[in-house]
Every structure is written in structure tokens, then in C-alpha cells.
Design a protein around this ligand. Structure first.
Ligand SMILES: NC(=O)c1ccc[n+]([C@@H]2O[C@H](COP(=O)([O-])OP(=O)(O)OC[C@H]3O[C@@H](n4cnc5c(N)ncnc54)[C@H](O)[C@@H]3O)[C@@H](O)[C@H]2O)c1
Length: 351
């Protein structure tokens, strides 16, 4: 580890916190210097770093760790209060998604960040995937013509022990805030702002207070339409976690894609970047065979690329790719979907 490595503290030492500790250990430019978690010291002990029951002790600028930056991976409902403490302590922060559990909370964080010069990156890691970078460039360069529609799917069966943590069964969690939020964020990144939503939700399989399944219909600002189906209660291979090699915890299925992105002159299957089009460039019709080209993309996984980006953000070398305000906009879409599911009507997404 070079002496210049970014000294990172971790707040929240559960599944995601443990994953972040692994990403930090793999990177040359980062080192873990302390872990705060009120309920467990196991990760700190395993990593051989100091443990803090109170994250404010970890953040103390006069404390023993001498940290440069912090990653927050505690339960959703604690994000805003914790991030406010990080901003007050002047520590650059990578805050796990969702940025908050509702838009009013997120607004408090936006105001605190604006009044400080402390950078906060929100952990919508998918935007850092090389296929996301390449797809965004292809779409904005007109490679599939005018965007007409997008269809996405995230379906899997989470292990039952996942729901042993009570917070995952209650308001503030659910498949929309935990998983759909990622798909919606990437849709916004690839296809533009979402202005209206229709939705239906169900908790019929798991029977928790929060939904296990949701279906949403999206209208984008430029008139394109989209649909997403998400469920954590089905056995199926379709979704980001199986279609990418982002996290080895989830067996990789190279034959599945999670988004079909369709335009007037072509379409893209994601993340393979299988590009379908008619030779000659003009729009053909359904009786003409389609050509297929696999578009090039860069290397690396989302989490590693996100961590490398965070190092640059913490050093003041670039602005966060996902700001609090940007992530709050994604949260506003999730909230609009919740309202639409309750009302049965199309709900606008407030600007
Ligand atoms: N980016 C991703 O792909 C991704 C994936 C999974 C989870 N997450 C997010 O990461 C966060 C953590 O999820 P998880 O699955 O690791 O949950 P988890 O329940 O496994 O872990 C949460 C940890 O936080 C600790 N904790 C509780 N209150 C705390 C507090 N006030 N301060 C510090 N620690 C506290 C708990 O003891 C636990 O160890 C959630 O916000 C979740 O949405 C993101």
C-alpha cells in the first residue's frame, strides 16, 4: 500500500459494509482504518482495525485513525442522520443508496451539502459499470436512433435469512427502495429524466409489511416509454446481479440480459451490448434480417470503478458522478411509484 493511499473509515459492518471492506483491501490506493457499528465488532476484528460503537468517534478529526474519507453502509433509515454527521465533521463520504427513505429527508441532506464543501457520492454503483458508460455514449450518439422504449427486469429469490434483519421487512426497505431504486437510477442515467409513473406492487409471497414484487411503467421526458418488473421472491435468472459479474456472490449467467433498449434504427441488449440494426443505416422492417454487432466496452466491475472514482472525489479531483441531488431525483421516482401503486393513477414525478 503506497503512503498516499486514501485512509477510509467504514460505518455499518453488515453485508454491504463487509463487501466494501473487501473492495478497499483489493485496491492499492485505499486502506481501511476503522469500522463503526453499534452492534458488531466482528468486521473490525477480522480486518485488524479499531472498532467504534459510535460513528462520531470514528469521524473525530483528532481521533486515532486519521481518516481521509468514510463509507456509510448502515440501514436505510440511518443514512441521512449519519451523512449529516459526516458532513459536519468535514469528511468526504460515499453514502450507500438509497440516499434517504423519503424526499423530505433527502432535502435536508441536499441543504447541508450545499452549505458545506464536503463532497458526497451516493452508491448507485451501476453507473460505474463499463457497459453503462458505453451504452450511455451509444444512446446519446444516436446509435439506435430516437429512443422509443426500454424494458427492464430484476427477478431473483433472496435467501430467507436476508430477512432476519428486521429493518428489511419494514417501511423504509422493500424491493422498490432496495433494488428497483438501482434500476430506476440506471434508467435515468441511460435514457433521461422520468416524468411520470404508473405502478402495481404486491407482498403476496413473503407477506412482509413491504412489497416483494413491483411492476412500473415509466414516461421519460422526451416521450420514450419504459417498463420494469422487480421481485425478490421468484426463482429466475433475469436481473443485474446475474447478468453482470459485479458481485461473485451471485452466480453469473452470461446468457441473460437485464435491459432491452429500443430505438427507431436499432436496439441494445444490456449488459452484453448486443446491438441489433439493419445494414445500410436506415430503419428496415420486421421482414428484413437484423444484423448483430457486440459493441466494445471498458474493463472492471462497478464497485471497483466506483471506489476509484470515490478516491478522486475525496481528493477534490472531480465532482461526484452521483450527487445527493441526483440520487434524490431517483428517490422521487420510487416515491411516485409508491403513490401510483396506492392510487391506481399515473403519478407525476415532481421536478
Ligand atoms: N449498492 C449496493 O449494491 C447495495 C447492496 C446491498 C446493500 N446496500 C445498502 O447498504 C446498506 C446496508 O445494507 P446491508 O445489506 O449491509 O444491511 P445489514 O443489515 O447487513 O448491515 C447493516 C449494518 O449496520 C449496522 N448498524 C445499524 N445501525 C447502525 C448505525 N446507526 N450506525 C452504524 N451501523 C449501524 C448493523 O449492526 C449492521 O451491521 C443499506 O442502505 C442497503 O440499501 C447497497
Amino acid at each position: 500500500m503506497p503512503p498516499s493511499a486514501l485512509r477510509i473509515g467504514l460505518i455499518g459492518a453488515g453485508r454491504m459494509g463487509t463487501a466494501h471492506a473487501g473492495f478497499i483491501a483489493r485496491e492499492e490506493e485505499t486502506v481501511l482504518v476503522g469500522v463503526a457499528d453499534p452492534f458488531s465488532s466482528a468486521l473490525a476484528e477480522a480486518e485488524g482495525v479499531p472498532h467504534f460503537a459510535d460513528h462520531n468517534a470514528l469521524l473525530d478529526p483528532d481521533g486515532a485513525t486519521g481518516l481521509d474519507a468514510v463509507i456509510v453502509a448502515n440501514p436505510n433509515g440511518a443514512h441521512v442522520a449519519t451523512a449529516l454527521d459526516c458532513i459536519a465533521a468535514g469528511v468526504p463520504t460515499l453514502l450507500e443508496k438509497p440516499v434517504a427513505v423519503d424526499h423530505a429527508e433527502a432535502a435536508r441532506l441536499i441543504a447541508a451539502e450545499a452549505a458545506s464543501n464536503v463532497p458526497v457520492l451516493v452508491g448507485h454503483h451501476r453507473r460505474h459499470h463499463p457497459a453503462a458508460t458505453a451504452a450511455r455514449e451509444l444512446i446519446s450518439a444516436g446509435a439506435i436512433g430516437r429512443l422509443v422504449g426500454v424494458s427492464g427486469i430484476w427477478t431473483t429469490r433472496k435467501d430467507d435469512t436476508y430477512f432476519d434483519a428486521a429493518w428489511r421487512r419494514k417501511k423504509g426497505a422493500g424491493v422498490m427502495l432496495i433494488n428497483l431504486v438501482h434500476d430506476l437510477d440506471l434508467m435515468r442515467h441511460l435514457c433521461g429524466e422520468i416524468v411520470a409513473v404508473q405502478a402495481a406492487t404486491s407482498n403476496a409471497v413473503r407477506g412482509h409489511a413491504v412489497e416483494d414484487t413491483a411492476s412500473v411503467v415509466l414516461t421519460f421526458a422526451d416521450g420514450a416509454l419504459g417498463s420494469l418488473l422487480v421481485s425478490d421472491a421468484v426463482v429466475a435468472p433475469w436481473g443485474w446481479d446475474q447478468a453482470t459479474e459485479d458481485d461473485p456472490t451471485y452466480p453469473y449467467r452470461p446468457d441473460t440480459s437485464c435491459y432491452s433498449i429500443a430505438g427507431t434504427t436499432g436496439s441494445l441488449a444490456f449488459p452484453q451490448l448486443a446491438h441489433y440494426f439493419h445494414d445500410g443505416g436506415a430503419a428496415g422492417d420486421w421482414m428484413r434480417p437484423l444484423s448483430l454487432r457486440y459493441e466494445p466496452k471498458g474493463a472492471g466491475d462497478s464497485y471497483t470503478n466506483q471506489l476509484r472514482h470515490f478516491v478522486r472525489v475525496a481528493r477534490g479531483e472531480c465532482a461526484p458522478l452521483v450527487s445527493i441531488a441526483d440520487a434524490a431525483r431517483t428517490l422521487a421516482v420510487v416515491e411516485a411509484a409508491g403513490r401510483a401503486a396506492a392510487s391506481g393513477r399515473t403519478e407525476p414525478v415532481p421536478a
